[in-house]
Each structure stands twice: as C-alpha cells, then as structure tokens.
Design a protein around this ligand. Structure first.
Ligand code: ACO
Length: 325
C-alpha cells in the first residue's frame, strides 16, 4: 500500500508584525474605535503579520517551500507536483503555483496548479495530493497554503479587518510504504456563498463589484463549530482511529473560541491543540501549515504522532485530514 507521508514542513511570516495596539491606533485615525481587549476576548488574536505592498503570495510561498525542502533534505528537482492553496493569488492567471515553480528554479517535469477553497484550501490541497500520490501519478508533492489577506481587507469594517493576516506554510509529501495520510474528507455548501465572500471580479479592465472581504461573523461561527465536529468524526471513523488517540489537533486558526470548542467536542484538552492564532491571526489557507510547522520545529509533533487537521472557510467549504507523522 502506498501512503502520502510528510517528509518536511516549512513556514514563513512577513516581518511586519502589527499588534492589536497598532491596529487600534491605525483605525482611530479613521475615527473607528476598537481595542486590544475587544479583539483578544472575541478572537484570541493579539498580533498578525502584513506583507509589504510589493510582496505577493508566491513570494511568501517560496520562502515557506524552501524551508520545507531543506527540512526534508531532498533535491527540489524531484518534486513532480506543486499545489498552492490561495484565495489571494499573484495574478488572475497564471497560477501562483507556476510562479512558485519558476522562483524555486524547478526545471524538471513538474506539474503546478492553484486550488481555491478559501480557509479550507490547505485541507483540500492535502486531500488532492494524497489521491495523486496513492494513484502513483506523482511521487513528491509540494503543498503550500499562502495568502496576503491584508490586500482584501476593508479597513473601514472593524468587525473583519482585525481578524486576518498574511503568511505561508508548506509541506513536502512523498510516496511511502509507511502510513502517512490515513483519511481525508471534503465538503462544500454553495448555498452559504453570501456569509463569507469577496464579491468582485475583473471585467473590462476594472474591478466590478466589491473587491474586499465581507463576513457575517455570527453565521460563520455557528456553522463552523457544527461542521468541524462532524468532519473530524468522519475522518476518525474512516481510519478506525479513536479521538483519544489524537496526539495533536491542528485546526484552522480563525478564532480561539471556535478552536477550543472543536477540541472540547472531541474530548481533547487544550494542551493537545496547536494554537498560533494569537500571533498570526487568521491567515486563511496558510494557517494550518503555519501552525503545523511551528509544532514540528519546537518538537511537540514527533514522528509516529497522530495529527488531525481540520478547516472551514468561504464557499462554504470544510474538510479534515488525519495523518501519522
Ligand atoms: N472592535 C470593537 N467593537 C467591535 C469590533 C471591533 N473590532 N467589531 C465589531 N464590534 C462591535 C459590533 O459593532 C457590535 O456592536 P453592537 O452590539 O453595538 O452592534 C459588537 O461588537 C458585537 O459584535 P458581534 O458581531 O456580535 O461580535 P461577536 O461576539 O459575534 O464576535 C466575531 C465577532 C469575532 C467576528 C465572531 O462572530 C467570530 O469569530 N465569527 C467567526 C469568524 C470566523 O471565524 N471567520 C473565519 C472563518 S472562515 C475563514 O477563515 C475565512
């Protein structure tokens, strides 16, 4: 049996760190009131990182990918597929994955494409890579989540602009006889398009509609807690793994209250959940690989550990991946 196994992880945050106090001062200049207390108590976020204006998702992706490749210790020319999960690509086209391939100097036979499932993007990309590896079509797959959400934030809307940040995370997956990804589940319900969206498009050389993020926070919150629990149980059931066997829950880092709610429903103590939301904010498709890499590098996640990753995002989309490191 062939499994898709993680052989390296990497991540990258742009250096500009913006604290809640910085954001409070920025918004105050526009006459908009917020506070560290409000942001921390509602979301768990204390700071986020923003990329400079000339930095794109593929720039962040390449930095994260280089770290994952270095950790894996493989020749980058072995990579035969690159999937970039992003909702903030460099261009309408070509894909950010093609930009990454070029910037990494990969000149061997390597396919590349972007995948868009908003904050569930990394989960969708992992499930996709898993199927390609199991089928034997590709052997060494670079999966990246990369976002510059600061570009699509409405800084006149205090209920959304305080929640998101920029960053990238990457994993290198390779075909292995040893268990890696054990089970995956993906879902979508397009009837919820309106509760989280960026309803703009390029037409005739201008953006038609609204190019900034809109969210009904309370509707998202209620839906998220419910679907995350169901999909977590679905992947556990598929793999015949008990919730008590999960060593680490690595959820999408949207809001500490949603994350703790998910862990509690699974019967997991908060200590078995990886949380980076306080320092990263919500980095959409980048949030799970950023958190995963943090816990791999500080030694919490060890070879052989069962890791459950789960995500939920615009669309509405949601999914989970259960794996053995
Ligand atoms: N600072 C101060 N006050 C604020 C701010 C702010 N930044 N934002 C909103 N408020 C005010 C509102 O105006 C409202 O005031 P009012 O009662 O006078 O009208 C009050 O705070 C309460 O607002 P609510 O929206 O009820 O606050 P809530 O407790 O629901 O928290 C939040 C809002 C944090 C957005 C919450 O609903 C949430 O976390 N939702 C889930 C969002 C999420 O996880 N999204 C991402 C998932 S998918 C993805 O990642 C793309």
């Amino acid at each position: 049996m062939t499994y898709a196994k993680i052989i390296g992880t990497g991540s990258y945050l742009p250096p500009r760190r913006v604290t809640n106090q910085d954001l409070t001062a920025m918004l105050a200049e526009k006459g908009i009131e917020t506070s560290d207390e409000w942001i921390t108590s509602r979301s768990g976020i204390s700071a986020r990182h923003y990329a400079d204006a000339n930095v794109t998702s593929s720039d962040l992706a390449v930095r994260a990918a280089e770290r994952a490749i270095e950790a894996a210790g493989v020749d980058r020319q072995q990579i035969d597929l690159i999937i970039v999960a992003t909702s903030t690509p460099d261009f309408v086209f070509p894909s950010s994955a093609c930009m990454v391939q070029s910037k990494l100097g990969i000149t061997s036979n390597c396919a590349a494409f972007d995948l868009q499932a908003v904050c569930s993007g990394f989960i969708y990309a992992m499930a996709t890579a898993d199927r390609f590896i199991r089928s034997g079509m590709y052997r060494t797959v670079l999966v990246i989540g990369a976002e510059v959400f600061s570009r699509i934030l409405d800084f006149n809307d205090r209920s959304t602009c305080v929640l998101f940040g920029d960053g990238a995370g990457a994993v290198l997956l390779q075909a292995s006889d040893e268990p890696g990804i054990l089970s995956t589940a993906l879902h979508a319900d397009g009837s919820y398009v309106d509760i989280l969206c960026v309803p703009g498009h390029v037409s005739g050389g201008t953006v038609t509609g609204d190019p900034l993020l809109k969210m009904d926070g309370q509707a998202v919150f209620k839906l998220a807690v419910n679907v995350l629990d169901k999909v977590a149980r679905e992947v556990l059931e598929q793999a015949k793994v008990d919730a008590a066997q999960i060593d680490w829950l690595v959820p999408h880092q949207a809001n500490i209250r949603i994350m703790l709610g998910s862990a509690k429903k699974l019967g997991l103590p908060p200590e078995r959940m990886v949380a980076t939301v306080h320092e990263h904010g919500n980095t959409s498709a980048a949030s799970i690989p950023l958190a995963l890499d943090a816990a791999v590098r500080d030694g919490r996640i060890q070879p052989g550990h069962h890791v459950l990753m789960e995500g939920v995002g615009g669309g509405f989309t949601w999914g989970a991946v259960l794996l053995r490191m």
